[in-house]
Write a new protein. Structure first.
Length: 237
């Protein structure tokens, strides 16, 4: 997975890790401020406020996450997804917001894998945003998913030092990361407990996580603590 990158991406992700739930499109979330300094070099913004694109497997190969970097208040939405000869084409649509905050945040979008895509082989993802098209690669999964989702948490690498976590639950109460502790083979993610009323729906919530230790060879395990999400899971990719 080596798509277009900005050298400030890791710093920005670390700065907004505790505010990453903005990527799930939570209404009324406070927008984080940019962690960039005037001397940092970054990739110039491109169409629809997207400055970088990366991808990750989710839900056992039933879906992928498309991550973009840009204004936290103007995250792109899914315009279309289709199977193509090389893999998957994802068309992003502008958020529709007329005014956007001047920050650099990771925005994660869940995209269903079209029927007929062989996830047990390497998959190329073509991302169309505005007048520009980028590509990113996904390594083959060990096996294809069977049946519908089981609504269990899953996670995938989108870069050597970044993971996107999928959880299921109330769309009005997305997880809020309180702390992330990492080693070279595992990370413990602690969430805040939700103490407000939540809608009774079952929605996908995507949370990007910074992993400063980086990805090493071998398995990597996430331990989720708090927020009603307690459990362990392996990171794919």
């Amino acid at each position: 997975m080596r798509p277009l990158r900005a050298c400030s991406a890791v710093a920005a992700l670390a700065a907004v890790a505790l505010l990453a739930t903005a990527c799930a499109g939570t209404p009324g979330s406070d927008a984080p401020t940019s962690s960039r300094t005037p001397n940092e070099v970054s990739t110039p913004p491109i169409a629809d406020g997207v400055s970088e694109v990366e991808v990750a497997w989710l839900d056992g190969g039933r879906a992928i996450a498309v991550l973009t970097w840009g204004s936290s208040s103007c995250a792109p939405t899914l315009g279309d997804v289709a199977k193509i000869d090389k893999g998957i084409r994802v068309t992003l649509a502008a958020s529709g917001e007329k005014a956007c905050t001047d920050d650099l945040a990771p925005r994660a979008l869940m995209v269903p894998v079209p029927e007929g895509v062989d996830v047990a082989a390497d998959v190329e993802v073509e991302i169309v945003h505005g007048q520009r098209t980028d590509t990113a690669d996904l390594e083959a999964l060990a096996e294809a998913p069977q049946g519908q989702t089981d609504y269990q948490p899953s996670a995938g690498w989108f870069d050597d030092d970044g993971i996107v976590l999928l959880t299921w639950g109330s769309g009005s109460c997305p997880p809020i990361v309180d702390d992330v502790q990492t080693t070279d083979a595992a990370a413990t993610v602690t969430f805040q407990d939700i103490d407000r009323p939540c809608t009774m729906d079952m929605a996908p919530r995507l949370t990007p996580l910074a992993v400063p230790e980086g990805r090493a060879d071998g398995a990597f395990e996430l331990t989720l603590v708090g927020g009603g999400l307690d459990g362990k899971l392996a990171v794919v990719g």
